[in-house]
Write a protein that binds this ligand. Structure first.
Ligand SMILES: Cc1cc2nc3c(=O)[nH]c(=O)nc-3n(C[C@H](O)[C@H](O)[C@H](O)COP(=O)(O)OP(=O)(O)OC[C@H]3O[C@@H](n4cnc5c(N)ncnc54)[C@H](O)[C@@H]3O)c2cc1C
Length: 394
């Protein structure tokens, strides 16, 4: 079927790439981009880094200048929330207007922060996903409060580092054994824990938060399940996220941990998913959903090619990076806590290093700590799924 009217829901990294790819690949029909934030597409990774630290004003986050967006000849419906989808009549229902018809649909609605079942009504309790969240947290940190970061994944660990650099007293709490252990495995996570301790963070792993104390609507403390009570004026809840699929409930589209797509990123005929919201069948790794910036771009392009009938299985090498203090960690492939990690250059205990995780005699992923050149070189080994140890090749 030749498409004449494509709607993209979600005006961020994945949605923007989808719109740009459509035009680049020759789509001349009607194009509508719907986004519930009032901002044109902007980049989220700096929110927990340069924006939180005050180094960047939010206007540096724009993913494209206005003139480039104009050139797309799309109708931008910003500040407008999709609340339903009628697959049979092919309409997106909006909270604030008439249904928007489509013949091709890109679902790129990302994720929303997961919340604790208590305490979010208190002043001083924050989450971090969008510009407004980052500015509110930045302003709160300016008074150098006592800060508890709940959740030591990459977002929590980055925010803890920035808060520390701003002079706050910071406690980083997670029920798992070390920061970022799920993403990086135990060996590297131990090094991340030490990095935070050396920078003055009170790292409390292996313990969870059971409640917040408030006085007159303001946070004053945090209770942990080991009985500890931490005085605090600011909490960041960074315990993960939930795919933004609430508007798709009842539509008949397959939902699980996100919008369930096949290996071409298709959820139903003419309906594709991209970015953080999309769970798809990776030809090598099986079903996965990736919440990283590079994937949003790559999948936005791949999903649209499926819409246009140029179907190629989406089989990226997952990539993410994180910046904490003066350290950049880069990871390629499917890092797994169960895999063995071997350092190929540098030293895991101090200074930069790079190495690989191996599973079943093959390289599964590569991680570099302040070694960007080596990270790129090891990526090639991840792509090949090279034998490991290397001498098995000969
Ligand atoms: C603070 C922070 C730091 C990060 N740092 C890194 C990093 O260092 N490295 C890395 O690899 N990745 C990082 N990421 C992850 C990266 O930013 C995401 O993977 C990327 O933004 C995903 O893009 P997306 O377009 O799929 O989703 P999103 O960027 O979440 O965009 C989805 C958009 O859809 C909108 N939307 C949702 N529901 C609806 C609806 N019903 N109707 C209309 N619009 C809707 C949302 O409001 C949002 O604007 C970070 C993320 C955050 C929040």
């Amino acid at each position: 079927m030749t498409l004449s009217n494509v709607v993209v829901v979600g005006a961020s990294a994945a949605g923007l790439t989808a719109a740009e790819t459509l035009r680049r690949e020759g789509f001349t029909g009607r194009l509508t981009v719907i986004g519930d934030e009032r901002h044109p597409p902007y980049d989220r990774p700096p929110l927990s880094k340069q924006v939180l630290s005050g180094e960047w004003a939010p206007d540096r986050l724009a993913l494209r200048p206005p003139a480039v967006l104009d050139d797309l000849e799309a109708e931008w419906r910003l500040g407008s929330r999709a609340v339903g989808l009628d697959v049979s009549t092919r309409n997106v229902e909006l909270a604030d207007g008439d249904p928007v018809p489509f013949d091709g649909l890109v679902v790129a609605t990302g994720v929303r922060p997961k919340r604790l079942p208590f305490g979010h009504d208190l002043d001083g309790v924050h989450v971090l996903r969008g510009i407004e969240d980052a500015l509110a947290l930045r302003d709160a940190l300016a008074a150098t409060p006592r800060v508890v970061v709940v959740g030591a994944g990459f977002l929590g660990a980055e925010a803890a580092a920035v808060a520390r650099e701003l002079g706050c007293a910071v406690t980083l709490v997670d029920p798992l054994s070390a920061p970022m252990v799920r993403q990086l495995g135990a060996d590297i996570a131990g090094r991340v824990a030490r990095l935070h301790v050396e920078n003055g963070v009170d790292v409390r792993c292996g313990t969870g938060v059971v409640g917040f104390a408030g006085e007159r609507g303001r946070l004053v403390g945090v209770a942990l399940d080991d009985g500890a009570e931490l005085p605090a004026e600011v909490v960041l809840v960074a315990i993960g996220s939930v795919p933004a699929v609430e508007w798709l409930r009842g539509s008949g589209l397959p939902l699980g941990d996100g919008l369930l797509c096949d290996e071409y990123c298709e959820a139903a005929p003419g309906i594709v998913g991209a970015g953080d919201v999309a769970s798809w069948m990776h030809p090598d790794h099986g079903r996965m959903r990736v919440e990283h910036r590079m994937n949003a771009t790559e999948q936005g392009a791949a999903a649209v090619r499926t819409l246009l009938g140029r179907r190629v299985p989406f089989a990226p090498v997952p990539y993410f990076w994180t910046d904490q203090y003066d350290v950049k960690i880069q990871a390629y492939g499917r890092t797994s806590g169960a895999a063995d990690f071997t350092v190929v250059e540098g030293n895991l205990d101090e200074g930069p290093f790079a190495g690989v995780h191996s599973e079943g005699g093959r390289i599964a992923s590569a991680v570099a700590w302040n070694m960007p050149r080596q990270a790129r070189a090891l990526r090639a080994k991840v792509v090949e799924r090279a034998s490991w140890p290397a001498h098995q090749d000969s």
